[in-house]
Design a protein. Structure first.
Length: 195
């Protein structure tokens, strides 16, 4: 396969990272939306990833999305879903990234690159979400978690729309999140060291 000019590859990589970041908040909703937009012809996926827009995949993604969104509003269920979602979200991020990267590379390369950039891109928002949920549980006994869950639903939809329309902006938002998480970790370490 011939190398693409950077002007063609860079937007595809930006979209791959941006879609993967959506999976950090919700695992199934970005898959459902990507599959539906692919089916409608609004998002192009690599040939090996066309199955994301199949009837069976869309039905499974829709059912899983409903279970994830509804279950996340129930305090006892949200912890179980988060435990399952912790390894799932990076995997979904890798799949979403690979599906788009399949446009500019062969299937094996797109899977490897998708994993290399998609999994970390999904971990960043997931880490921020988990830290916020832990603080919410500690300070409100979990009573605020359903409200946070609605905010995560909205954030996923907003991030997905931005990923489709302006993927470079999503990458900038990820950079800000990484900075804020790193700053908070540095403060936590200095507080522990001072004590």
């Amino acid at each position: 396969m011939d190398a693409l000019p950077i002007s063609e590859a860079l937007p595809v990589v930006a979209l791959a990272v941006a879609l993967a970041a959506c999976a950090g908040f919700r695992a199934w909703l970005p898959l459902l939306l990507t599959g539906a937009l692919s089916r409608a012809g609004w998002v192009e996926l690599g040939e090996s990833f066309q199955f994301l827009g199949s009837n069976k995949a869309l039905a499974l993604f829709a059912i899983s999305t409903v279970v994830e969104i509804v279950g996340d509003k129930i305090p006892a269920v949200d912890h179980a879903l988060d435990a399952i979602g912790t390894p799932l979200r990076p995997a979904v991020g890798a799949l979403l990234a690979a599906s788009v990267l399949g446009l500019v590379s062969d299937p094996l390369t797109s899977v490897v690159l998708g994993t290399a950039i998609g999994a970390p891109a999904a971990v960043v928002p997931h880490a921020a979400k988990s830290a916020l949920r832990a603080a919410s549980t500690a300070f409100t006994g979990g009573l605020a978690n359903p409200v946070l869950s609605f905010m995560e639903d909205a954030a996923t939809l907003l991030l997905f729309v931005l990923a489709i329309l302006v993927p470079f902006l999503v990458i900038a938002l990820l950079g800000v999140m990484v900075y804020l998480i790193a700053r908070r970790l540095a403060r936590s370490r200095s507080t522990v060291a001072a004590a």
